[in-house]
Design a protein around this ligand. Structure first.
Ligand SMILES: C[S@@+](CC[C@H](N)C(=O)[O-])C[C@H]1O[C@@H](n2cnc3c(N)ncnc32)[C@H](O)[C@@H]1O
Length: 277
């Protein structure tokens, strides 16, 4: 809990849980995250959340989509912050459900600080970040003793100046990279990475329709245009990309193994997975 002592004195009725939903596959939410979804009075969720997760909500829970995709901002961040405060006055348990991990490029930090300033009890429940899970789902270990001893997670979409920040690490993982791909590649080449450096774009990672475009810094832009790559996608740059050819592929059967545990429609209608938890 952030500012637990202050929160005790808070006049608000409820608490806000900033919950990471994981990268996409609904099975990749944490046990704690799922339990909070089941108990929440209101769930304020983002665009990239798999809708199956919402089927675990109580029948009378209020569900509010606040959008947030690079091209489609349903609600401004300031308004989301205010909504969190408003709902914490109305309800006991507010779940703010966010893609991946709330504190990795998800503005979870901004929301937690705002709530803290308003003396609203707030707990952050970590999620599995796409920065790690999406490469893994495509068979790429971000570190390897022989190839990579450092990893950087970088945004491809800087608010301040639109510039791409260059960070030197053995493996580079770019989120929100699609719209700015040309600038990112240009910057990496300018900073000394060779055009033969391996890289890969993984779209809708961990979902059944995950796709990859693999190549190198010299050809990935052309390949991504040809394949019409669209967000959400993760760009991985570094020698580790080549390791995916040596790894055992995960099969679609394995991905779908637990699908039957999710209720196909309706809310809170007793999934076997939730009963087990
Ligand atoms: C606003 S950031 C949020 C990141 C999130 N907090 C996390 O930890 O994964 C959204 C970006 O994450 C990446 N992303 C999230 N889910 C993804 C997925 N299933 N497949 C590929 N990229 C994903 C994309 O780069 C997308 O543009």
């Amino acid at each position: 809990m952030i500012k637990r002592d202050k929160a005790m004195k808070s006049k608000t009725k409820g608490s806000v849980y900033l919950v990471g939903a994981g990268p996409g596959d609904p099975e990749l939410i944490t046990v704690k995250g799922l339990k909070l979804i089941q108990k929440a009075d209101v769930i304020i969720y983002d665009f990239l959340i798999d809708q199956q997760l919402l089927s675990f909500a109580k029948k009378d829970a209020e569900l509010i989509c606040v959008g947030k995709s690079p091209s489609h901002h349903t609600m401004k961040q300031e308004d989301i912050n205010k909504l969190l405060v408003e709902k914490s006055n109305e309800y006991k348990m507010v779940v703010r459900l966010k893609n991946g991990d709330p504190f990795i490029f998800g503005r979870g930090g901004e929301e937690a600080i705002y709530l803290s300033e308003q003396d609203i009890p707030c707990e952050v429940v970590s999620g599995v970040s796409s920065a790690i899970a999406v490469p893994a789902s495509a068979g790429i270990p971000l570190t390897h003793r022989d190839y990579a001893s450092s990893v950087a997670i970088i945004t491809g979409h800087r608010r301040e100046d639109g510039e791409v920040k260059f960070v030197n690490a053995d493996t580079l993982v770019f989120l929100m990279a699609v719209a700015n791909l040309e600038r990112i590649i240009k910057k990496l080449l300018e900073e000394g990475k060779g055009p033969e450096t391996p890289c890969i774009l993984i779209t809708r990672g961990t979902f059944p329709d995950q796709k990859v475009v693999q190549g190198n810094l010299g050809n990935i832009l052309h390949a991504s245009k040809k394949e019409e790559v669209k967000p959400p996608a993760v760009l991985v740059v570094g020698e580790v990309v080549n390791l995916r050819d040596s790894l055992i592929r995960t099969t679609p059967d394995i991905h779908c193994k637990f699908e039957a545990d999710f209720p196909s429609h309706g809310r809170g209608n007793g999934s076997t997975l939730s009963e087990k938890l």
